[in-house]
Design a protein around this ligand. Structure first.
Ligand code: ADP
Ligand code: MG
Length: 263
């Protein structure tokens, strides 16, 4: 697929963002953003603070409503249903169902503090997925194993390091069996020595074929793991391309300045 076709969003895309704008009052946080992501792809998003990276993820996850454009997940329009020529807003229940397709990991760990690691992971599946408890617990244990924390099943968040908490947060998101994982600066709040263990889990997840959108300042990780990198500034996509281009020899001056400042 050519770059132009891929920008327009072929029908194989698992995430298709088309001409999306988002306003907070008069302020335009996203300006005509289009991005299409194929299954199994790792899309990294870089850019200065305030450039709209979190807003874009929050729109894909329907934590925010878009004002213009359209977002499709696995071909399905999110937030709206088309009836003839009109768009009708979906009900909260329909939006909740759509949101299950995306797992999100935030900068802050967002675990339930009164629950153990295992309880944090099984909470969502128990309340939403309506599968047998035994099966859910077994799957949660397998996920804890996968993020290297099987021995921490009964630990509370306060008893875990930031890196361990973030790995539980990843396991918790995976327990909902999402089609796509969204990471919003998952290592930015961590002490430097804990960054690697979280990136390792993300690297393994990428290798397993999970489709991922990763907002990060970890340019080494982006270069190694991303299939494609987007540089955003002021609510717009300034540059998009292969990691070895965008991160090493960007064509846009604004990208070059940003990368020089981060490195
Ligand atoms: P980034 O994640 O790239 O740092 P954000 O997406 O968080 O940027 O924010 C983009 C811009 O939108 C910023 O200027 C921010 O202040 C603004 N913004 C984000 N969320 C809100 C909100 N809920 N209300 C008002 N302005 C917001
Ligand atoms: Mg942000």
């Amino acid at each position: 697929m050519s770059a132009v076709q891929s920008q327009a969003g072929g029908d194989t895309a698992i995430v298709s963002v088309a001409h999306v704008s988002k306003f907070f009052g008069p302020f335009r946080a996203l300006n005509d953003v289009s991005l299409s992501i194929e299954p199994g792809m790792v899309q990294c998003i870089i850019g200065p603070s305030g450039s709209g990276k979190s807003t874009l993820l929050r729109c894909i996850n329907q934590l925010e409503k878009i004002d213009q454009g359209a977002i499709r997940l696995d071909g399905e329009l999110i937030g709206y249903r088309r009836v003839g020529d009109e768009l009708h807003e979906l009900s909260d229940a329909e939006i909740a169902r759509q949101r299950l397709a995306t797992g999100m990991v935030f900068q802050r760990f967002n675990l339930f503090n009164h629950m153990t690691a295992l309880q944090n992971i099984i909470e969502g599946p128990l309340t939403v997925l309506k599968r047998p408890r035994k099966e859910i617990v077994a799957e949660a244990m397998a996920l804890l194993e996968r993020v290297g924390l099987a021995d921490k099943r009964d630990s509370y968040p306060s008893e875990l390091s930031g890196g361990q908490q973030q790995r539980v947060a990843i396991a918790r998101a995976l327990a909902m069996r999402p089609k796509i994982m969204l990471f919003d600066e998952p290592t930015s709040a961590l002490d430097p020595e804990l960054v690697g263990e979280v990136l390792n889990v993300m690297r393994d997840l990428a290798a397993s074929g999970m489709t991922m959108i990763v907002v990060t300042h970890e340019l080494g990780f982006a270069r190694e793991v991303a299939n494609d990198v987007v540089f955003m500034a002021r609510g717009e996509i300034v540059e998009r391309g292969a990691p070895d281009v965008v991160l090493v020899a960007p064509t846009q001056a604004r990208t070059r300045e940003f990368i020089a400042a981060v490195l």
